[in-house]
Design a binder for this molecule. Structure first.
Ligand SMILES: Cc1ncc(COP(=O)(O)O)c(C=O)c1O
Length: 391
């Protein structure tokens, strides 16, 4: 029996439900370094999930580790503010177009939840229009256990559909506190779309909250708001900001952000300097080495390679999404065949040492090399040939 299976049999309570998403047996990681994971059975995986998008430089990046170690030596939770707190706030105000004031939290869910509460406090309204994934908190989760009263205040609109959004505003006159959305997930926003959403929100007295937890510091150091030319009232950041360390940020217009002090966001661990130091080191490397540019180049190479592989194998599939967060879409006629092909693809890639998920797009990190990408393309060629013979 593999060591990881033996461990799991001994302690079934340790099963982590996320594993079914990667389509393989549970693995326990012994070491994560650069773009690779080694499990306790000695298997090596090229990691395209990367701490669910948080590890933008690569695992165990030395410069970030040194900064974190130095911060830990100054004290883990020093009651008041460590100087890194101020430096990080200034850095974000310098980088992010819409950031006049900043506050730090721990997770993406924290940050978007705080943005929604802030929008409700500022507008005195309760309803929220949204598009995308924003975490697990009650205001946005469809899970059992969320009170119906909370669910009734959330309305999902369709991406790139301004008419649909307008009808929602018309149906809730004077009742919408904010529009909360990711700037994109796979398909890009149509030109001018995000700015038009913001303007429509403002016309209806609502705030525009951009959830940049996934896009921030990855598509560009200045965020998706700079790439797509839209200034939100409030923006939430996390993931790529600290190379895997737990920190998120809320940034936005001064007069709105100043009201955050009314919200009672007092959490014991919000000011831990290790995460601040990790973020400062990560942002320095992202800028110095133009990591967003590197991810774009590597991603383009991967997407071109996968498209070519699908073509050669005669499988109806094409890559989609942004280069730093690419994905593959299968175009079989039947939806069940498309879903099966995607599962087979990710399982086949896992068997060939590539950690990918069918559940959402993948991530690239700066530690990946062109050789890694070419290795992935070769694994995909073999996997797609198998799929061609199956579906
Ligand atoms: C766009 C977006 N917003 C919010 C979240 C929630 O972040 P966290 O998992 O850190 O709570 C995620 C997590 O995947 C996300 O992708």
């Amino acid at each position: 029996m593999r060591q990881s299976e033996a461990l799991l049999a001994a302690r079934p309570g340790m099963y982590f439900t996320g594993y079914e998403r990667i389509g393989g047996n549970p693995v326990f990681i012994e070491r994560a370094e650069g773009a690779r994971l080694r499990d306790i059975d000695g298997n090596i995986y090229l990691d395209y999930l990367l701490g669910f998008g948080s590890v933008v430089l690569g695992h165990a990046e030395a410069e970030v580790n040194r900064a974190v170690t130095a911060a830990l030596q100054r004290g883990v939770n020093p009651t008041l503010l460590d100087i890194a707190h101020l430096e990080l706030a200034e850095r974000i105000v310098d980088l992010i177009p819409a950031a006049e004031l900043v506050t730090f939290l721990k997770t993406g869910s924290d940050a978007v939840d705080a943005a929604v509460r802030l929008a409700r406090a500022v507008t005195g309204r309760a309803h929220v229009l949204h598009w995308g994934h924003h975490g697990w908190h009650d205001w946005c989760s469809p899970s059992p256990g969320v009170p119906e009263a909370s669910r009734a205040l959330l309305h999902r609109f369709a991406f790139n559909d301004l008419d649909g959004l307008r009808s929602m505003f018309d149906a809730l006159p004077g009742a919408v506190a904010c529009v909360v959305m990711m700037p994109y997930e796979i398909d890009p926003p149509q030109p001018g779309y995000l700015a038009a959403v913001r303007d429509m929100a403002h016309d209806h007295g609502a705030l525009f909250v951009l959830d940049e937890i996934r896009s921030g510091f990855r598509i560009s150091l200045k965020g998706a708001q700079d790439v797509f030319g839209v200034e939100p009232d409030i923006a939430a950041f996390g993931k790529a900001m600290a190379n895997g360390h737990a920190i998120s940020a809320l940034a936005g217009r001064r007069e709105i952000m100043a009201r955050i002090l009314e919200l009672g966001l007092t959490v014991t661990y919000f000011r831990s300097p290790d995460a601040m130091a990790a973020a400062l080191a990560t942002l320095a490397i992202l800028e110095r080495e133009d990591v967003p540019g590197r991810l774009r180049r590597l991603g383009r190479r991967l997407m071109d390679g996968l498209d070519q592989a699908a073509h050669s194998a005669g499988v109806p599939a094409r890559t989609v999404g942004f280069e730093a967060t690419p994905f593959i879409r299968f175009d079989h006629e039947r939806i069940s065949d498309r879903e099966r092909a995607l599962r087979l693809f990710c399982n086949g890639m896992l068997a060939r040492g590539h950690l990918m998920t069918p559940a959402h797009h993948w991530f690239l990190c700066a530690a990946m090399t062109e050789d890694d990408i070419d290795r992935t393309v070769r694994a995909a060629e073999a996997t797609l040939r198998d799929i061609a013979g199956t579906i």
